[in-house]
Design a protein around this ligand. Structure first.
Ligand code: BGC
Length: 715
């Protein structure tokens, strides 16, 4: 398709229409369609609706085809509509929530879940997904941490890249692929006090060092679209923030794809009180090169007049529309407006056994074993168990971004255990009453399936109390009163404060693992599978510690438990360390680390060295271990974190086997990004750490020199 030629044929109204995204019910009256966000009456004429260029959400292939057909029938130039939706962790086959996915430390899980999601969603007519969410967050009060990939920029970037690769592959027009729209640019994961949509106030240094990398990873991987975030940044809403949208996105990151507002984000510029009215918001949006306005009407109602009165240039509109049409062309929509939407395939292939078994395989890798005293897990044969608590009988394991997932097709934990032949003698999904104690006396082990209500996680679901409700904890107390062993299985979308379940003998962090959650958890509980997940967000001891993250700076007065000095950095009423640190997770195997070796103690410009360590499985159970490499720059011009993740490997080790894991270290791993976004490196001493989690590492020093003779330090 010759886009420039098409552009010349388009009227100004037709061009402006391309910059509007509406929900499908504007075109047809169907109830199957789900959209996200409060729906405003935009007061559009039918003519304006039928000029819109894209659609937010669609129910299925039939509906998709109906909307496209109706739209194209009266369209003058037959430019097809583009369909976008939030396919975040699955379409109908639901995968673990992204936070859980990252706990696999295996980017293949992200890749394969994105492949299947793209296949299923594109079969139903969706061509762009609003995913991945690359917002780094350190605040579990923020409900959207469930949609992210944890607190570490390196790990986040790896997962984001795998998601984009999985959705798009090399060719977004090919069957089974879709385009990715990374969101929410930028800094949306850092709202003050974890309150969704709240102000973001960060230094340029934090922005470049910590928060930008996730979005950059998506763009480097070729993500076709970028969604602006709701928050302000330096006092200016991201949607119209020219530093973010032009200086960083277009110039520093060289992004030349399509930008879109978040849901009614352009209108919110008025609510932020940075624009008086829709007309001013439209001017600001165009000046920030925002191409598509989602679910509000600043552009469609004002751009024509703004051009006619020479307030904005038509060439800016032409550029935006050219980007939008090029995306449609790249998706192959001019050749086939229906894309890969196919009613037969939809019936046959969506949520197939193959997809579901992949979902189960992935779920196995995402649960994290937090505690396992006296090796109570895995359950031994013939153990009589009670399964109690709200998640004993619940099938609600999909996680919130699963609008096409049907929880009725899932099974509960108690049923999954029964299917595996576990002797489940008591099931109770309600709150406990004192007489339940008689039933608990009959069993050897009480499995408490506790957690957050799924509706307390996700967008607009900020909370301040991260403890489990007391009525749930009562189950543990009841079981402990009669000295029963307790295994707590936790269903939640964020790190929680777990002090009130300390009495549990074992804790399995189950997150929301999707369609096959409970089958996968049953496999882990009985030892058919060995837990291998590790945390990607620190679990605080108390809400007052938030934000808490492993890669913090040292402070000028660090706490030292061996020296009595009250003038140090500590809380009077709580330990300042996390309850469970970043990178932590147990296994039924017992891994020992030994013999850390460096290929050289000196590293030179453009030369790399290797470090290795030997891990021995001292148990009779084969298991996966996630080996983590951290680096500290001992002294630098700007304070740098105590440690930063620079590599990891997930390896299978057979019983009593030893394996040596090797990491390459190059200048890139020693470098940092400064407050202008530039990469810097400094000569000097670095501490190389390898370990099983961020809090348990072995260390060795290396010196970074210009060449064999130099030992100077400069940038
Ligand atoms: C969310 C976005 C989402 C959009 C469309 C917004 O409220 O912040 O993440 O893509 O709705 O559903």
């Amino acid at each position: 398709m010759d886009i420039r030629k098409l552009l010349k044929e388009m009227s100004l109204e037709e061009k402006i229409g391309q910059m509007l995204q509406l929900s499908p019910h504007n075109f047809i009256n169907k109830s199957e369609t789900k959209i996200h966000g409060f729906e405003y009456d935009l007061g559009l004429t039918t003519k304006q609706v039928f000029l819109a260029g894209s659609v937010l959400g669609i129910g299925n292939a039939t509906e998709h085809q109906e909307v496209q057909r109706k739209y194209l029938k009266d369209s003058r130039l037959k430019i097809p509509l583009l369909f976008m939706a939030d396919i975040v962790h699955g379409y109908e086959t639901i995968f673990p929530i992204p936070l859980a996915l990252s706990c696999s430390w295996n980017t293949d899980t992200a890749f394969h879940s994105a492949r299947i999601s793209a296949f299923e969603a594109s079969t139903a007519g969706i061509q762009v997904t609003f995913s991945p969410m690359a917002d780094l967050s350190r605040d579990p009060r923020w409900g959207r941490v469930m949609e992210g990939y944890g607190e570490d920029p390196y790990l986040l970037s790896m997962f984001v890249r795998a998601m984009v690769r999985g959705y798009q592959q090399d060719d977004i027009s090919a069957k089974g692929n879709m385009a990715s729209c990374v969101k929410h640019f930028a800094g949306y994961g850092a709202p003050i006090a974890g309150l969704d949509y709240n102000t973001v106030d960060m230094s340029r240094l934090s922005f470049y060092q910590t928060y930008l990398g996730g979005y950059q990873a998506a763009i480097d991987e070729g993500s076709k679209m970028v969604m602006a975030s709701f928050n302000t940044f330096d006092g200016i809403p991201a949607t119209v923030n020219q530093f973010l949208m032009i200086d960083v996105l277009r110039k520093q990151l060289n992004f030349n794809g399509v930008t879109i507002t978040d849901y009614d984000g352009l209108n919110q510029v008025i609510v932020h009180r940075v624009a008086h009215d829709q007309r001013e918001a439209a001017i600001q949006g165009i000046e920030a090169k925002i191409d598509i306005e989602m679910a509000s009407s600043c552009y469609i109602k004002n751009i024509k007049d703004l051009i006619e009165t020479s307030i904005i240039n038509e060439s800016d509109i032409n550029d935006a529309v050219e980007r939008i049409l090029s995306l449609k062309s790249e998706l192959g929509l001019f050749d086939n407006p229906y894309g890969h939407s196919n009613v037969d395939d939809e019936k046959r292939l969506i949520k197939s056994n193959e997809h579901l078994s992949k979902a189960k395989e992935i779920a196995h890798e995402c649960a994290v074993l937090l505690k396992n005293e006296s090796n109570i897990l895995p359950l031994s044969n013939n153990t009589k168990v009670a399964v109690v608590g709200p998640y004993a009988t619940s099938k609600s394991t999909n996680g919130v971004w699963s609008w096409k997932g049907n929880i009725n097709d899932n099974i509960s934990l108690s049923d999954a255990l029964i299917n595996e032949g576990v002797d489940v003698v008591y099931i109770n999904g309600e709150n406990p009453v004192i007489t339940d104690i008689d039933m608990l006396r009959e069993v050897d082990v009480v499995i408490c399936a506790l957690g957050e209500d799924i509706e307390k996680t996700g967008e607009a679901k900020s909370i301040v109390d991260l403890e489990l409700p007391l009525f749930q904890v009562e189950w543990i107390k009841l079981a402990k009163e009669i000295k029963k062993k307790v295994i707590t299985v936790l269903y939640n979308g964020r790190p929680l404060v777990l002090n009130n379940i300390d009495q549990s003998d074992a804790i399995l962090e189950a997150w929301f693992l999707g369609s096959k959650s409970n089958e996968a958890l049953a496999d882990l509980l009985i030892g058919k599978k060995n837990p291998s997940g590790k945390l990607t967000m620190s679990f605080p001891r108390h809400e007052g510690q938030i934000p808490i993250y492993y890669n913090h700076l040292t402070t000028g007065r660090p706490f030292n438990k061996d020296v009595h000095n009250i003038y140090t950095s500590f809380y009077l009423d709580c330990e300042s360390t996390p309850k469970y640190p970043f990178g932590f997770g147990l296994s039924y195997s017992n891994f020992e680390y030994d013999n850390m070796v460096l290929s050289d103690y000196e590293i030179y410009l453009n030369k790399s060295i290797t470090t290795s360590i030997t891990i021995t499985n001292k148990s009779n159970v084969a298991g996966y271990e996630i080996v983590q490499l951290y680096i500290q720059d001992e002294v630098s011009k700007i304070a740098r974190p105590e440690k930063e993740l620079k590599g990891f490997q997930k390896i299978l080790i057979q019983p009593y086997e030893s394996k040596t894991v090797k990491f390459n270290i190059s200048m890139k791993d020693l470098s940092y990004i400064d407050s202008l976004g530039e990469t810097k490196w400094e000569y000097g001493r670095y501490i190389i750490m390898i370990g099983t989690n961020s809090n348990s590492v072995q260390k060795k020093d290396i010196i970074f020199k210009e060449n064999n003779n130099e030992d100077k330090k400069h940038t």
